[in-house]
Design a protein around this ligand. Structure first.
Ligand code: PNS
Length: 168
């Protein structure tokens, strides 16, 4: 197959991204080493009480990946597999940090496969230094005055500070 015959591969990296962490960024980078393009798909979920609105999260992820045209940012609601099919992605990428992630991820991957067998879930492991990292912990540590340098992109630290200052 020649290069021009090969259709560009697209992977969807779904999640809440409230906010994006360096662990997420690490998975996106790994995704780019395997797939031509990665779409960061932010779930619009009215039930959860997020710190950043969906619009803010889209803006933040776009700022982080400014200058990298292979990364796109989008939102979705409804079933993830329907979204993936709609945008022409045959792969869902998820990060696996530890064994504790496994059960939930395993259930989701098999349910998604049952719903749409042609959409494959690919798991990627972030660097060990991010294996304990989560958006929830980052928010908690920041709120309590701890240092989150190196755990999230600098853009995120700026947005967290702006939000804190606006609430004062
Ligand atoms: O960052 P998160 O909260 O771990 O991401 C979870 C996400 C967005 C991947 C998951 O909640 C999801 O895919 N929701 C969309 C609804 C759906 O498709 N549900 C069935 C999946 S088994």
């Amino acid at each position: 197959m020649t290069e021009s015959e090969r259709s560009a591969s697209l992977a969807v990296f779904p999640g809440s991204f409230d906010p994006i962490t360096n662990g997420h960024a690490d998975i996106i980078r790994r995704g780019l080493s395997v797939f031509d393009r990665v779409t960061v798909a932010i779930l619009v979920n009215q039930e959860k009480k997020p710190l950043f609105s969906v619009e803010e999260r889209v803006r933040i992820v776009r700022e982080v990946w400014e200058g990298e045209p292979r990364v796109q940012v989008d939102t979705f609601s409804g079933l993830l597999v329907d979204y993936a099919t709609r945008v022409g992605a045959s792969v869902i990428v998820r990060g696996l940090r530890a064994i504790s992630d496994f059960e939930y991820e395993f259930q989701m991957a098999l349910m998604n496969r049952r719903l749409k067998p042609r959409v494959e879930t690919v798991f990627m492991m972030p660097a060990e230094k991010y294996s304990y990292l989560s958006s929830r912990l980052v928010k908690e540590v920041f709120e309590l005055g701890g240092d989150i340098q190196g755990l999230v992109p600098d853009v995120v630290i700026r947005h967290l500070r702006d939000k804190r200052d606006a609430a004062r």
